[in-house]
Design a protein around this ligand. Structure first.
Ligand code: GLY
Length: 436
C-alpha cells in the first residue's frame, strides 16, 4: 500500500514513523525534515498548493493520503484528492469547518444541544462588541473566526490586561480580517485545567487516544509568551492525574455528538478530531477543535500505538473503525526550541543532535521546523524538535526525556519542568481547589 503524508513538522514525522514499517511511504513537505526525508520518498513544496500535491499523489499512484496540518484541509486538499480517486485520512473542506470556522463550531453546539459549550458571541462591528464588553463581568478570550496558525487567540489575564484591551484587539481582528473573516468571536474565559483528547474518526464513530496535556507558555512555571506548545505528557490508563474517568468520558461523548452533528450538517468527518477542553468545576468544556493531530500531543500518543497505523487508516477510509489499542504507559514530550523563541533571532543557525545517544537512553527524536541542508540541521524561527520518552510513570518518562535534551547542542532551550512531579502535582492541586 502506498501512503502519502502531507506536512513538514514533528507531528508529520511521528505519523510517518508509525506508518513506515508497513507501507511504501511518500511525503510532501515545505521544508526538508531530516526525519521524514530519510524514511520516505519526498517532494518539497507548499502543502497548501493542493493541485500540486494531487499531481504528485497521482504520479505516485498513492492509495491513501494522510493530511497532517490544518491549512491544506482548509484549502480543500481532501476534496481535490478524492476527486482524483485518492482516499484520505483528513476531513473534506466542509467537515474541516469544525476548525476553520469557529462560529460554525459554536453554533453546532447550540443547534444540536451539545453540552460543554460556553458563553460566546460573534461580532462584525465595533459598537455592538463594545456594548457587549461594557456589560460583561468576566474576563474574555478574543478569537479570529478562521485559521491564524495558532497565533490569533488572545486571552485577558494573559496577553491582554483587561476587557478594554480586548476591545482594541478585537477591532484589529475585524479590521484586518484576521483568519479571513471580518468577524471576531468573544468567549468567556474559562478557569480550570486544560487537556487534549484526540480521536480517530471514520465519519460515524470515533476511537479516542490517551488524554494529554500541552504546555503553551514559553518558560518554566507557565511564564512567558504563549507558543505552539513547549511539551506535553500523557499517563498510564489514558487519563491524566487531574482527569477522572467520568470527566474523560463526558469529553469523549461531546466529541461523539459533535461528529454526528458535523455529519448531518456538512458531511461525514473522516480523520483525526482534536478536542481541546478545559476541565472546569462543572465538568469539561470545549475550548476548540482542530481537524488534525495536535502538535506536540501526537508525539505522546503515536509512540504508544499498538494497532498498526495502516490498518487504522484503511478502516477510517472504509468507515468501519473498531477499537484502537495503545501500550499502557506514560509519555513525556519536551520541545527543543531556538533561544528567544517565539522570536526568530537564531533562524538559519546549525544545531547538533546526537540521536544515537538519545536513542540509547530510550528516547526518540521527532524533527519539527528545521531544515536539512548539506547534512546539517538548520534552525528556523520555530520549534526545532521534540524529544519523547515513555515510562511506567510520568516521572520515569520525564527523567529520560530530560536527560536526552542535553544531547542537542546549539542556541536552543527547552522547558525542564514539563512532566515533572512538581508541576503535575500543582495541576492536581489547582483542580482540587476548583472542585472544592
Ligand atoms: N497543541 C496545540 C495544537 O496542536 O494546536
Amino acid at each position: 500500500m502506498k501512503v502519502l503524508v502531507v506536512g513538514t513538522g514533528a507531528r508529520e514525522h511521528v505519523i510517518c514513523n508509525t506508518l513506515k514499517d508497513d507501507v511504501e511511504l511518500f511525503s510532501y513537505m515545505s521544508n526538508i525534515n531530516p526525519g521524514i526525508s530519510r524514511i520516505s520518498e519526498f517532494k518539497q513544496g507548499n502543502e497548501s498548493e493542493v493541485d500540486k500535491v494531487a499531481e504528485f499523489a497521482k504520479e505516485k499512484n498513492i492509495d491513501i493520503a494522510f493530511i497532517g496540518p490544518e491549512a491544506p484541509l482548509g484549502k480543500g486538499i481532501v476534496d481535490k484528492l478524492e476527486k482524483e480517486g485518492i482516499s484520505c485520512v483528513g476531513p473534506n473542506k466542509n467537515a474541516a469547518k469544525i476548525e476553520t470556522d469557529k462560529s460554525f463550531m459554536r453554533k453546532l453546539f447550540e443547534d444540536y444541544n451539545i453540552e460543554g459549550s460556553l458563553v460566546y458571541k460573534v461580532f462584525d462591528n465595533y459598537d455592538d462588541l463594545s456594548a457587549f464588553l461594557d456589560d460583561f463581568d468576566n474576563d474574555v478570550v478574543v478569537k479570529p473566526v478562521g485559521l491564524t496558525g495558532g497565533k490569533g487567540v488572545k486571552i485577558v489575564g494573559d496577553h491582554l490586561k483587561n476587557n478594554e484591551e480586548a476591545k482594541i484587539y478585537a477591532k484589529e481582528v475585524m479590521d484586518n480580517k484576521m483568519g479571513g473573516f471580518s468577524q471576531v468571536i468573544i468567549e468567556e474565559r474559562l478557569i480550570g485545567e486544560e487537556f487534549t483528547i484526540q480521536a480517530f474518526c471514520d465519519g460515524e464513530n470515533l476511537s479516542p487516544m490517551p488524554a494529554a496535556q500541552d504546555h503553551p507558555h514559553a518558560f518554566e512555571g507557565d511564564k512567558g509568551a504563549i507558543t505552539g506548545g513547549m511539551g506535553s505528557y500523557s499517563d498510564k490508563g489514558g487519563l491524566l492525574p487531574f482527569l477522572s474517568q467520568e470527566n474523560h468520558d463526558k469529553a469523549v461523548q461531546i466529541m461523539q455528538k459533535t461528529l454526528k452533528a458535523i455529519s448531518k450538517e456538512k458531511s461525514p468527518y473522516k480523520g483525526i478530531l482534536y478536542g481541546q477542553f478545559m476541565l472546569c468545576s462543572d465538568g469539561p468544556r470545549l475550548i476548540e477543535y482542530n481537524a488534525r493531530f495536535g502538535d506536540p500531543e501526537a508525539m505522546n500518543v503515536l509512540p504508544l500505538l499498538k494497532t498498526p497505523m495502516v490498518d487504522i487508516c484503511k478502516k477510517i477510509v472504509d468507515g468501519n473503525l473498531t477499537n484502537v489499542e495503545f501500550e499502557d504507559q506514560a509519555s513525556v514530550c519536551k520541545y527543543i526550541v531556538p533561544d528567544g523563541y517565539p522570536e526568530t533571532e537564531h533562524s538559519g543557525e546549525i544545531i547538533e543532535v546526537d540521536e544515537e545517544a538519545i536513542n540509547k537512553l530510550g528516547a526518540q527524536v521527532f524533527y519539527a521546523a528545521v531544515n536539512q541542508k548539506d547534512n546539517n540541521i538548520h534552525l528556523s524561527g520555530s520549534r526545532a524538535l521534540g524529544i519523547v520518552a515513555k515510562g511506567k510513570t510520568i516521572s520515569e518518562a520525564e527523567a529520560i526525556a530530560e536527560e536526552a535534551c542535553q544531547f542537542v547542542k546549539g542556541n536552543v532551550y527547552h522547558r525542564s519542568d514539563v512532566g515533572t512531579d512538581k508541576l503535575v502535582q500543582e495541576r492536581v492541586k489547582h483542580m482540587e481547589e476548583i472542585l472544592k
